[in-house]
Structure formats: C-alpha cells, structure tokens
Design a protein. Structure first.
Length: 289
C-alpha cells in the first residue's frame, strides 16, 4: 500500500510560525523532501528533532521527483517542504505533486504561513479579491507584455521581487499601470527588520531610488477601478475623434495599432476588437471620401 505525501507549509521568516500539526507530521514521516537541506535542517533543529532529508531543488525537480515517488510507492509517508511558505507556490513541488497524483498517491496539504496572505492582510489594499503573479519575467520587454494582461483587472495584484530588481520593476509598474495606483512594499515579513512601505507607485518609485533594498520582498498594487465596457456607439465616437486628431498616422498600420492599444484599456474591449472596429470605420471613411 502506497504511503502518503504531506505538503507542509513552513515559516517564511520567524521559525516559531509553524503549526502544531505540521510539527507532528514532520516528526512522524519516514523522510522529508525539501528545497534546501540546510534550511530545513535549521528548522528541525530549532524544534528539537531531525529526520532523513532528500533534496528537491527547483532546477532538479523533474529529474529527482521519480525517487520521491519510489519511496511513496514502497509505503513510506513523505513530507514535502520548501524553504519558506507552501511548497509548489512559486517554489518546487508542483511537478512532484502532479506525478504523485498520477501514480495514485494520496496527497494531503497542511495550511500554514504564506508571504502572499501575510503581506496582503497588512497592505491596506483590497484583500477580498486579488491575483498572485509569482515573479515578474526577467527583461523589460517580457515584463511589460506580461503586465499588459493585468492592467484592467479590478483585483489587487501581488507578486514577489528580487531586491536587486525592485527599483527597476517599480518604475516599469508606474509606467504600465499608472503612477496614481496605490501600492505597498512588504519586506522581510515576520523577521527582525520587517517593513511596510505604502503609497502611490509614483511615491514608491521616488523612495526606491534613494535606498538600497535588501531581503525578501512582496509587492502589492491596487486593482483598476471597475468600469463598464463601452458600448459600440461610444467606442465608434471615440475612434472617429482619434482619426481627426491623427490624420497623418491613422492610415498606417502602426498608427492603427497605437489607436487600438490606447482605447483598449479605456473601453474594456480587447486590442484586437478595437483594431478591427477602427479598421472598419476607416474603410467606411475612405469609401465616403
């Protein structure tokens, strides 16, 4: 009979932030699969016990998860942990869980510390509806395209960021989302130097340029104010005005794309829909002329 795979959330900073049930499970299993054996060994030692550890780093999860499944199919109960927080959420674990389920292994999650909800609860932003984005893609182009899909969402946006990239990311967020958006930077959560900085993106960009960032960072940004999708008549009127304002460019493909991008966020129509509507109106104008 196969063993059980326990997903155990671990502290995000303060080693006391672990549940009684998590400690009970970690003591009872045959072995613990962890992101970094050094970090997990410190946690176990702090609570007065040790266990056989098996390393499952992010870069080697697909190659090493098969061995974890072997232990489970041999009847061992196994706990899966990451360095901090819940395994599989922007941490190794998801691929191992998928394979365990595929092989018929029972997977049991244990709730616990989470940097996302900890930061959100004290951010001062709307916390009833939010979207967790993990880490932003590396590079300005990929990050800009990634954020474009979330500009109009009426949800608080939450993501992790490296302290080395924080200033550049805040500047990009200001440019893409607008400097007036309220935001919060949560740094070193549950640790000695825990810090919350709140304000508009404009203000936080200014602050970020004057300091060196250290530690683990969560960035939170308020969602777009909910708007109603424009009617077709309202969109047509706005596009007609845009044609008048930019006669010299609307006949160019690049100009049409700029019009579509400009009115997509405002109208809640997709860029493709706006582009097709603008193209249709332009053809009608050309026919009349």
């Amino acid at each position: 009979m196969a063993g059980r795979l326990f997903l155990v959330a671990t502290p995000i900073g303060n080693l006391q932030d672990i549940t009684l049930r998590a400690l009970e499970v970690l003591r009872s299993v045959s072995r613990i699969v962890c992101e970094d054996t050094r970090r997990t060994r410190i946690l176990l030692a702090h609570h007065g016990f040790s266990k056989p550890l098996f390393s499952l780093p992010a870069y080697g999860e697909y190659e090493r998860r098969g061995r974890v499944i072997e232990h489970l199919l041999e009847g061992e109960d196994v706990a899966l942990v990451s360095d901090a927080g819940t395994p599989g959420i922007s941490d190794p674990g998801a691929a191992t869980v998928a394979l365990a389920l595929e092989r018929g292994v029972e997977v049991i999650p244990l709730p616990g510390a989470s940097a996302v909800t900890t930061a959100l609860s004290a951010s001062g932003l709307c916390n009833s509806r939010f979207c967790f984005l993990g880490f932003l893609p590396r590079g300005e182009g990929p990050a800009r395209r990634f954020l474009g899909a979330y500009v109009s969402l009426p949800l608080s946006l939450v993501f992790f960021e490296s302290p080395k990239r924080l200033s550049k990311s805040l500047a990009l967020l200001k440019e893409v989302l607008g400097g007036a958006r309220q935001a919060c930077i949560a740094r070193e959560l549950t640790k000695i130097h825990e810090e919350f900085l709140r304000g508009s993106l404009e203000e936080l960009v200014e602050i970020s340029q004057k300091r060196v960032w250290l530690g683990e960072v969560v960035v939170l940004i308020e969602g777009q104010e909910e708007k109603e999708r424009w009617s077709e008549a309202l969109l047509d009127e706005a596009l007609q005005e845009a044609f008048i304002e930019a006669k010299e460019v609307v006949g160019l493909r690049r100009g049409m794309k700029e019009v579509a991008k400009r009115f997509s966020a405002l109208s809640l129509w997709s860029e493709r829909e706006v582009y097709q509507r603008a193209l249709h109106l332009k053809k009608l104008r050309d026919t009349e002329d």
